[in-house]
Design a protein around this ligand. Structure first.
Ligand SMILES: [Zn+2]
Length: 247
């Protein structure tokens, strides 16, 4: 089945939910849906706040994702790359503020906003398995030019070994704007289950072509020593990350 019609349905669903939840004027809804026919397909994600979250670099993540991220940051640091974690787990309320507040501030429609930001209930950040990363020494604050930084290039080359993959590469089947800073963890059973609908939209030969063979999600043991690895020594300090959270 082509993913295209499915995308349209999900996007309309996203906007309906988002708009009904925030009492946005009806004109905005009409305008959004009109444009939304060619818009991105944001998929629904449950908020994972009830699960165990670990604090890493001032942000919260699921244990297995946190452990892998800390290992990745340690290795990056050995290669002379200092990562900064801009954003990890995000609640629906936080996403709501980002989505609707961002649209208001920029004076754009919700459909335009949806190209670069997921509506509340539709962000991978709700899962606690997704991160926004930046180069601490050459910060690009979640701009596409991040892919030309030392950190951006290092991640493109190495993140797959830590079971992180780019959620929205150029030309991604969801139609979301290219986000070289936004990575999702796919190295545990739960993470695989959570991201299965999004990952299945990719062609089979693309899916898993970049991630390490042992990222099959057979165990969650990677989280075992997370409690002692807060990441404080391997990341740069994060300054007010909410100001740069966009997607
Ligand atoms: Zn993100």
């Amino acid at each position: 089945m082509s993913s295209f019609p499915r995308g349209l349905v999900l996007f309309a669903f996203a906007l309906t939910l988002a708009v009904s939840g925030a009492s946005t004027p009806r004109t905005a809804l009409g305008q959004s849906l009109a444009i939304g026919n060619a818009g991105p397909a944001h998929l629904p994600y449950a908020s994972n706040a009830d699960g165990v979250l670990y604090k890493v670099n001032g942000q919260f993540l699921r244990p297995a994702a946190a452990a892998a991220l800390v290992q990745m940051a340690e290795e990056a640091r050995r290669d002379g790359v200092l990562l900064i974690l801009r954003s990890g787990y995000r609640s629906r309320d936080e996403q709501s503020r980002l989505f609707f507040g961002g649209a208001r501030e920029r004076g754009i429609s919700l459909a335009e906003r949806a190209r670069v930001s997921a509506p509340p209930g539709f962000s991978e950040h709700h899962t606690g398995f997704a991160v926004d990363l930046d180069d601490a020494r050459d910060p690009h604050y979640l701009r596409q030019s991040f892919d030309r930084t030392k950190a951006g290039r290092w991640l493109a080359e190495n993140a797959s070994r830590f079971c992180y993959e780019l959620s929205f590469p150029r030309g991604n089947p969801q139609g979301v704007t290219y986000e070289p800073w936004h990575w999702r963890f796919v190295g545990s059973k739960e993470a695989r289950r959570v991201f299965a609908p999004a990952r299945e939209m990719f062609a089979p030969d693309v899916l898993d072509s970049g991630t390490a063979p042992d990222c099959g999600g057979n165990t969650d043991t990677a989280a075992a020593d997370t409690e002692t690895t807060s990441g404080a020594t391997v990341f740069a300090a994060s300054e007010n990350p909410s100001e740069v959270a966009v997607d």
